[in-house]
Unconditional design. Structure first.
Length: 150
């Protein structure tokens, strides 16, 4: 192994201090960033955690030190737009008394938004009711529908 001169050691230490600036610089390409990481990291082992979407990254640094970092994977599109059971239960309870327009008005009044961050609409409420088999409110006694004649 070669030993470093005091000047070389100072240059290496300065590079360490400049690392964040070099990493963020617009002139640093993705290829350069990969090279920088290879100088620091010997290898990474990825181990699935016990709970879904949890990964353990076991990092072995070039200097010999090791470190484990837990990383939570991003949910896929279907998971990200899924409504929690508590929210579906809320819609189920509201649907016993209110029609879709009234549910939308109440949710807007509570400043709630859909799973994609947009304001609720009648079509979104209809989809939630369809997806989770939430029935419409009962019609008042004596109300007739087109299918049941007049």
């Amino acid at each position: 192994m070669r030993s470093l001169t005091p000047e070389q050691k100072q240059q290496v230490l300065q590079l360490g201090k400049d690392f964040p600036r070099l990493w963020k610089a617009a002139t640093t390409s993705a290829c350069d960033r990969k090279r920088m990481l290879r100088l620091l990291i010997r290898d990474i082992t990825v181990v699935k955690g016990t709970e879904p979407k949890l990964l353990h990254l076991q990092i072995r640094w070039q200097g010999g030190a090791t470190e484990t970092i837990d990383v939570r994977r991003q949910p896929n599109r279907a998971e990200a737009t899924r409504y929690p059971d508590t929210f579906v239960a809320k819609i189920r309870a509201m649907a016993e008394k209110y029609d879709d327009k009234e549910i939308v008005a109440q949710l807007k009044g509570e400043a709630l938004t859909s799973s994609t961050g947009k304001p609720f609409t009648v079509s979104i409420i209809r989809w939630i009711r369809f997806k989770h088999r939430v029935p419409s409110p009962s019609r008042p006694v004596g109300t007739l529908t087109v299918s049941h004649g007049s």
